[in-house]
Design a protein around this ligand. Structure first.
Ligand SMILES: NC(=O)c1ccc[n+]([C@@H]2O[C@H](COP(=O)([O-])OP(=O)(O)OC[C@H]3O[C@@H](n4cnc5c(N)ncnc54)[C@H](OP(=O)(O)O)[C@@H]3O)[C@@H](O)[C@H]2O)c1
Length: 231
């Protein structure tokens, strides 16, 4: 793994992923909106920046060209299918054999083995309704984007998080192949650890074609949180 592209590099998650990639010695290319390029000024010339519409297929094709890995921050802003368009463009244009890792929320069920408690279903329902009424975001688009990736034969991983927060790293997240696993008691996750998991997934063959639901390790004893040996 040498050259990595980060689609949506200027967001909080994107910046953390860039830091983790640089720490591993990867060459980093990032795609962000033109108005957000200034957020990345502290990186100087340690990254290559492509600016443009982060869901435009031609722009994505240019950004991911000759990259061994692509980290995509999938976001459902607006109501015109941004997340699905982004996912499709990455799947279509990334180099053959590239590792593709996408960020997502717990709401993107992989299959019937994902279980959602009633309070979570109500909370998600309210979020879907409010964001759709406000025209701000479309969670259905997010789910469609995830479904597109799940159906793909590319080497993908969809990393699913619930409640994000800022703060120091708590160490490697706890993960399960499915939402509802009792090991995922807390829903909290530090963004830096989300980013670390995404970057680690690039070189972890056991995560290919997996949609890990992840939470922060917090202060719970490590023994409570042994990762599953396999899906
Ligand atoms: N926030 C949560 O609580 C939460 C929970 C679970 C999962 N997640 C997942 O975590 C990932 C990142 O979440 P985050 O909250 O930390 O966000 P973030 O990293 O700050 O990223 C947001 C991304 O959306 C872009 N963006 C914002 N407004 C936009 C607009 N109007 N049009 C186009 N692009 C726009 C940002 O680009 P600019 O820099 O150009 O603004 C940035 O690339 C997402 O995949 C999300 O599904 C988030």
């Amino acid at each position: 793994m040498k050259r990595i592209c980060i689609i949506g590099i200027s967001g909080k998650l994107g910046v953390f992923m860039a830091q983790h990639c640089l720490a591993k010695g990867y060459d980093v290319t990032g795609l962000c909106r033109p108005q957000s390029a200034s957020k990345l000024s502290t990186f100087g010339d340690s990254i290559r920046l492509v600016t443009g519409d982060t869901s435009d297929p031609a722009t994505i094709a240019r950004a991911v060209h000759r990259c061994d890995g692509v980290l995509t921050v999938l976001v459902p802003w607006g109501t015109d299918g941004m997340a699905t368009r982004t996912a499709r463009a990455v799947l279509d244009h990334a180099d053959p054999g590239a590792r593709l890792v996408f960020s997502m929320g717990w709401h993107a069920a992989r299959d019937a083995r994902d279980h959602y408690a009633l309070p979570d279903r109500i909370r998600t329902g309210l979020m879907v309704l409010a964001s759709r009424l406000a025209g701000m975001a479309d969670i259905a688009d997010h789910r469609r984007a995830a479904a597109l990736v799940y159906a793909s034969e590319r080497d993908w991983t969809v990393v699913r998080a619930a409640d994000l927060e800022d703060g120091e790293s708590e160490g490697p997240p706890v993960w399960s192949p499915h939402v509802g696993d009792p090991r995922l008691k807390s829903k909290r996750l530090r963004r830096t650890d989300f980013a670390m998991f995404m970057v680690g997934a690039l070189t972890d063959p056991s995560l290919v074609h997996q949609a890990p639901a992840i939470v922060g390790r917090g202060r719970a004893p490590v023994a409570e949180h042994a990762e599953p040996a396999s899906a």
